[in-house]
Ligand binder design. Structure first.
Ligand SMILES: Cc1cc2nc3c(=O)[nH]c(=O)nc-3n(C[C@H](O)[C@H](O)[C@H](O)COP(=O)(O)OP(=O)(O)OC[C@H]3O[C@@H](n4cnc5c(N)ncnc54)[C@H](O)[C@@H]3O)c2cc1C
Length: 446
């Protein structure tokens, strides 16, 4: 067999052979899980994960209180109609139940004074955000809400008419449109810093169209939803029929004749016909041996690290959380780059409502009181810049066009959108399509 053949040759060889070709997926976050699940149609799939549990559920903690046992996923992983077409189609196809959560939110300035407080009202499939009573009588809240309306209108207009938008950063868009500074500092950047889990300056460096497309996708109209029973319900559905090797770290991937050879941290070597690397960009770059061009593209993806804590300490909220909503933003003093944001899980997620109050705090600025910490996790998260987007576009093109490919990449950093769950599934759908695999929900016409 020669090293070059057409994509359809590769697909039909995979489909017609009585023994399926072997394929390894490295990394079991949602990108790896969805890739493995799609590709098992035509390949004998082995999923390799460095943690002892499948990646998506690796940081979940058990929480017992008020006589109820529950598992808390870290991070929570919420989503919305409008921005998650691939994730929603996948979850619906495999039977994951989805429900709405409460996304009411309150913003406090760094002295603990309320800036804006909104609730959500359901009307059919729509969930509107409306100001709470105190905010109705606050000039500051009204200024922010009016600035938000103006921003939204300009964002929609720019997405439709500004041909240069793809070349601009968010900062350039904000300056050109003279977006109100108070709105940017007190509402826009804090919300986006949480969505993208990064500093304000990284948000300002995002391509403007990526952020504007996210903000105008329906997140304000349709509200926030989540998988009703969490990761424990998702992982078994996605790993059915797949060999899963946990506790195995891949150190290197290199060509070996017509196959690819993986070297694991314990020295073991495994060969596969195809390999999909579904780790973060910097992790993928580090394991490549002899794929210089792909490595150079992957190294263009910046990333940031941050901390998430699960705890029961209401001292993280002004007035011990009295009168707070599901999500509380504590804005940083001038010059600091991230807000401290706490989600009261007993308000946000129906399955925790019977339990004692428990919070998930992103970017905590102090430690919880004694005995109140349930988990503390450090995450890395990719960012998007104009340069990284161009590099990922080249990587995607190379994957689609070079038909003798044996090495594939997927992950939330690869799609041309905010690196959230949908971007990860989007990237695995692209790999599956390039390998001639039918996407079941597309075939079913969803
Ligand atoms: C704090 C926080 C909150 C978030 N909240 C949301 C949210 O509410 N909604 C949303 O849509 N998105 C959210 N996200 C983003 C979302 O979690 C990511 O988009 C998603 O996890 C990306 O999935 P992935 O599969 O691309 O990567 P990952 O989840 O990072 O998976 C990569 C996997 O590869 C494994 N791995 C790495 N190196 C190796 C190796 N050498 N060998 C073997 N295995 C390896 C890792 O252990 C990991 O399990 C959040 C992110 C963070 C950090």
């Amino acid at each position: 067999m020669t090293a070059t053949h057409s994509c359809s040759d590769a697909a039909s060889r995979a489909g017609s052979a009585s023994v399926k070709p072997s394929l390894a997926v490295i990394g079991s976050g949602i990108a790896g899980l969805s890739a493995a699940w799609l590709l098992k149609q035509k390949y004998d799939v082995t999923l390799i994960e460095s943690h002892d549990k499948v990646g998506m559920g690796v940081f979940s903690v058990d929480y017992q209180s008020a006589g109820v046992d529950n598992r808390i996923d870290i991070p929570l992983r919420v989503f919305c109609d409008g921005y998650y077409p691939n994730l929603l189609a996948l979850y619906r196809h495999i039977g994951v139940e989805i429900e709405a959560g409460d996304h009411a939110g309150v913003f406090f300035d760094h002295r603990g004074k309320e800036v804006l407080h909104y609730g959500n009202v359901a009307l059919g499939r729509y969930r509107f955000s409306l100001p709470k009573l105190k905010s109705l009588f606050s000039w500051r809240a009204w200024r922010l809400m009016l600035a938000f309306r103006r921003f939204n209108r300009l964002a929609q207009q720019a997405l439709l008419t500004d041909e240069q938008l793809r070349q601009k950063t968010l900062q350039q868009f904000l300056q050109q449109q003279q977006i109100d500074g108070e709105f940017t500092e007190q509402l826009l950047l804090p919300v986006l810093a949480v969505t993208c889990t990064c500093d304000y300056h990284s948000i300002l460096n995002y391509p403007a169209d990526v952020i504007l497309a996210y903000l105008t996708c329906g997140v304000w109209q349709f509200g926030i939803i989540h998988a009703r029973n969490g990761v424990d319900d998702i992982v078994p559905r996605l790993t059915q029929g797949i060999q899963v090797q946990t506790g195995q770290t891949v150190q290197s991937v290199r060509s070996c004749g017509e196959q690819l050879q993986l070297t694991l941290a314990d020295g073991q070597q495994q060969r596969f016909d195809q390999v999909v690397i579904a780790c973060q960009a910097q992790q993928a770059a580090a394991m490549l041996d002899g794929f210089d061009q792909q490595q150079a593209w992957l190294r263009q993806v910046p990333f940031e690290t941050s901390t998430m804590m699960v705890h029961t300490d209401s001292g993280f909220l002004p007035q011990q959380g009295k009168g707070c909503s599901a999500v509380s933003y504590c804005l940083p003093p001038q010059g600091r780059q991230r807000p401290q944001v706490s989600v009261d899980l007993t308000k946000a997620i129906p399955r925790y409502r019977q339990q004692g109050t428990v919070f998930q705090t992103w970017h905590p600025t102090f430690e919880p009181g004694a005995g109140q910490l349930l988990a503390k996790v450090a995450f890395t998260r990719p960012l998007v810049t104009l340069e990284s987007r161009a590099a990922m576009q080249q990587l995607r093109q190379q994957q689609q066009q070079q038909c003798d490919n044996r090495l594939w990449f997927c992950g939330s950093y690869l799609a041309d959108k905010v690196p959230l769950l949908d971007a990860a599934v989007d990237s695995s759908v692209a790999v599956a399509e390039a390998l001639g695999v039918e996407i079941p929900w597309q075939a079913a016409g969803h």
